[in-house]
Design a protein around this ligand. Structure first.
Ligand code: PLP
Length: 375
């Protein structure tokens, strides 16, 4: 298998939103080597994975994680989607109501998790081009007209436009109508400060490999105490095992990278203001030479969606067609925009150094001017 031991993109500047927040810390890189063997964390398991004291999984799950998430109770999962599914399935299991309301910007995994949990899905529309905002009143309108809503979900931010909706307002609406709210914070937890309690949500999920500098798959979830019983109920036959988690979730190296990166992650979220400034600067510079940033403006997150008629027009004539952009960026050691995309693409400036931001902007500008001159 050629090229198996070497990842060719590792020396590039990576602007793939999926990957910028998942780069390992030095500590996690060490943990990866130390704990790589199969069920390595289970050396001293007392019967429940998250009660393991050595390594300090218990302390992480029962003390540090709930404090970090602003929840009463927390668990480590195998990813944001596994957390969402456990919550949806657990809450629907003991309830006649079978409808979930979610924002139209929801991630496909929210939709598919709801399908798997047997829920009927209703979407709160977004405002459409160019900002795609979610109006909190949309939740009110749907919940008011139905009596079968068991759960509401809001994506914070969404993975397409990087919009941060008004969760407090949505939570207030949901609470008034007695519908619990699940906050999908896969792109927030580990990048920016977010506390479930302050936002008044009832559940929260995050993604370790997306935003918490961890090897994947791994995730986190938090909830209010009153929901611990339906979601974290124990098996009748195996009373140490939680049913919705199928007994044990992350049971090897992934949880160790999550724990190893945790101090680093707690420090980096303090610099979130700088990340937002960086993203706004990037957006403005790109717009100066004709790119259009869609989604909220001014933007509040490092994930940005661009529309580019210029690059699209170039692609119609360029050698190699629509793959020219990928090729030009690759030549400049910039990775992360999918091969073939020119008119619409997303990227992230998270964690980039100042000179890297300049380099990426200048590269785009150079590509545009190079092709417009020769056209
Ligand atoms: C990436 C992403 C997910 C999926 O996260 P996993 O941890 O891989 O399950 C869910 N929701 C949103 C909004 C995402 O961007």
């Amino acid at each position: 298998m050629n090229g198996f031991y070497e990842r060719t993109t590792k020396d590039s500047i990576n602007i793939d939103p999926l990957q910028t927040g998942g780069k390992l810390s030095e500590e996690a890189r060490r943990a990866l080597m130390e704990w790589g063997d199969g069920y390595s964390v289970c050396d001293f398991c007392p019967g429940t994975l998250d009660k393991i004291k050595t390594p300090p999984i218990y302390e992480f799950v029962y003390e540090e994680l709930p404090r970090f998430l602003g929840s009463d109770v927390a668990r480590v999962t195998n990813g944001a989607r596994e957390g969402k599914f456990a919550i949806m399935h657990g809450i629907a299991a003991g309830c006649e109501k079978k409808t979930i309301v979610m924002d139209a910007n929801a991630h496909y995994s929210s939709y598919v998790a709801a399908e798997r949990a047997g829920l009927n899905i209703i979407l709160v529309p977004n405002s459409g081009y160019p900002e795609y905002r979610i109006d909190p009143e949309g939740y009110s309108e749907i919940i008011d007209t139905r009596d079968d809503v068991v759960l509401a979900l809001i994506t914070y931010p969404d993975g397409n436009y990087g919009n941060l909706p008004d969760v407090r307002k949505i939570a207030k609406i949901c609470r008034k109508k007695g519908v619990p709210l699940l906050l999908n914070a896969a792109y927030a937890i580990g990048r920016m400060p977010v506390k479930m309690r302050e936002l008044k949500a009832d559940f929260i999920v995050g993604s370790g490999h997306k935003s918490m500098a961890s090897a994947g798959p791994v995730g986190v979830m938090g909830m209010r105490e009153e929901f611990a019983e339906p979601i974290l109920r124990k098996s009748k036959k195996y009373p140490a095992k939680e049913v919705e988690l199928i007994g044990c979730t992350a049971r090897g190296v992934t949880i160790m990278t999550l724990i190893a990166s945790f101090p680093y992650v707690q420090e980096r979220i303090k610099r979130w203001g700088e990340e937002v400034e960086k993203a706004r600067y990037f957006s403005k510079r790109m717009e100066d030479f004709g790119m259009l940033q869609l989604g909220e403006k001014p933007h509040n997150h490092d994930l940005m969606f661009f529309e580019s008629e210029i690059l699209y027009n170039i692609s119609k004539k360029a050698k190699g067609g629509r793959f020219f952009l990928y090729r030009e960026l690759k030549k400049r050691k910039i990775h992360g925009i999918k091969p073939g995309l020119t008119r619409y693409f997303k990227l992230s400036t998270y964690g980039l150094k100042e000179e890297e931001v300049e380099y990426v902007i200048n590269s785009f500008e150079e590509i545009v001017s190079q092709y417009t001159e020769t056209a």
